[in-house]
Design a protein around this ligand. Structure first.
Ligand SMILES: Cc1cc2nc3c(=O)[nH]c(=O)nc-3n(C[C@H](O)[C@H](O)[C@H](O)COP(=O)(O)OP(=O)(O)OC[C@H]3O[C@@H](n4cnc5c(N)ncnc54)[C@H](O)[C@@H]3O)c2cc1C
Length: 401
């Protein structure tokens, strides 16, 4: 039994399914994708609910290409603004990791500092690797994984919240949900997709760290924004922004554009119910205009706010759960998306699965209609039979579960 439907959890689900295990995925929301989900907004579908970046790691690019997910270099301005000065995105990422490690040391959170320092090392090593992104957005990763799972007869069950998982004396596990109780052999939890865990009569301490994030999708009217993805350092309301216009379907009207922004925590707290959400959207637009990322004549037509309450099990706690509760809990560390995605996709052993038409570089990409046709072909090629090779390979390295 797996909780949640982020791409990382779906990778693990596919891995387990390829090993011949019988799996079930429960998701409390109506939509799949976790933090990477898309929403319908302003009459367009496929609007990313949050601002995202796929780190520039060659292993991630290789793994995604093997999975059949196309990746594009940025079409517009991409970088970071540090006190009004534009710096390369690679430098911005290194500075961000350095900042997190420094703050974590000051707070005494050495585990987090250690993780951030590893991230800093990778950012330096991969400094020259480009930042790539799927042309229709990160949803393409989730969709591809869902497609492969569906070909194996696995479909996430949405709208079901797991309230608690309990290890019974007999060694089995009882999963309590809003829709009744299920028996399971083991329960797989992720850093941000979990539930209360009870072993016989004691509740496990998950040492949860809670953070709030606020993202706003802006529908703008005016000249096309000049950027793809931008980060902001220093005392600005915005943390980062991504131009989503090319990723939505249908696209907005020709003179309209969809930009998603992530707001810094103090502003997010100020916009609790009762505060004027529109004011935050207007402030975000003004910041983008001051930075020269959108034209001064651009007007705000509508805004859609999404709040994320992120409850993270720290990595050190996940490691302890892996050691002490391995007989009934499978903990999946998902705090480093890039690293985990590369290793999870690597485990899938899809190498025998030839890259499909959709793996090609953007320049070779067919127009949307054909692409959809191509995706249908990929799907039929992913019949359980054609995945059998990968499944066979995987089952030969099967571990007792
Ligand atoms: C707003 C935001 C932006 C981010 N941006 C980036 C980025 O740009 N780059 C990057 O590398 N990483 C980013 N991350 C990190 C991201 O959290 C991880 O990459 C990854 O998505 C974590 O996977 P997860 O499954 O642990 O949690 P999530 O992706 O948060 O997914 C959790 C899912 O589990 C479901 N769920 C939770 N509890 C239960 C329950 N009890 N029962 C049933 N369902 C449940 C939730 O509804 C949700 O769909 C971002 C995170 C957030 C929140």
């Amino acid at each position: 039994m797996l909780i949640g439907t982020s791409p990382l959890v779906l990778c693990h689900a596919l891995d387990r399914s390829l090993r011949g295990e019988s799996i079930r995925i429960l998701e409390e929301r109506r939509e799949t994708g976790g933090a990477w989900r898309t929403v319908d907004a302003f009459g367009c579908g496929g609007v990313e609910a949050a601002v995202h970046l796929i780190e520039n790691r060659s292993a991630v690019h290789r793994a995604l290409s093997q999975l059949g997910v196309p990746l594009n270099p940025p079409a517009g301005r991409t970088g970071a603004l540090l006190g009004g000065v534009e710096i390369p995105l690679a430098l911005s990422r290194a500075l961000a990791y350095l900042g997190v490690s420094g703050k974590s040391v000051l707070r005494g959170d050495l585990g987090r500092a250690h993780t951030a320092l590893i991230g800093l090392g990778r950012a330096v090593r991969e400094y020259r690797t480009p930042f790539l992104y799927p042309p229709r957005g990160a949803r393409q990763i989730t969709d591809r994984l869902l497609q492969l799972l569906a070909a194996r007869g696995v479909q996430p069950e949405c709208g079901i919240r797991v309230r608690q998982a309990r290890r019974l004396g007999c060694g089995a596990c009882l999963v309590e949900t809003d829709h009744g109780e299920f028996a399971a052999r083991r329960i797989a939890i992720a850093s941000r997709a979990h539930c209360r865990l009870r072993r016989e009569d004691r509740t496990l301490d998950l040492s949860l760290r809670t953070t709030s994030l606020e993202c706003i999708a802006l529908l703008l009217e005016g000249p096309a924004p000049s950027f793809d993805y931008i980060e902001f350092h220093g005392r600005t309301t915005l943390r980062r922004a991504r131009n989503l216009t090319a990723m939505t379907h249908p696209s907005p009207a020709p003179d309209r554009h969809i930009v998603s922004v992530e707001i810094r925590a103090p502003a997010a707290q100020a916009s609790r119910p009762g505060a004027c959400e529109h004011a935050h959207a207007a402030e975000a637009l003004a910041t983008l205009q001051r930075a020269g990322l959108v034209a001064p004549s651009t007007m705000l037509i509508a805004a859609r706010i999404e709040r994320f309450e992120v409850r993270t099990i720290p990595d050190w706690r996940m490691r302890r759960i892996a050691r002490e509760e391995c007989d009934w809990i499978l903990p999946m560390r998902t705090t480093d998306f890039g690293e985990e995605l590369a290793s999870a996709l690597g485990r899938l052993q899809l190498a025998s699965h030839p890259p499909t038409q959709s793996t090609r570089h953007a320049a070779e990409m067919p127009p949307p209609e054909e692409d959809r046709e191509g995706a249908r072909k990929d799907f039929s090629a992913d019949s359980p039979d054609s995945l059998g090779g990968a499944a066979h390979e995987a089952s030969s390295s099967r571990v007792a579960s």
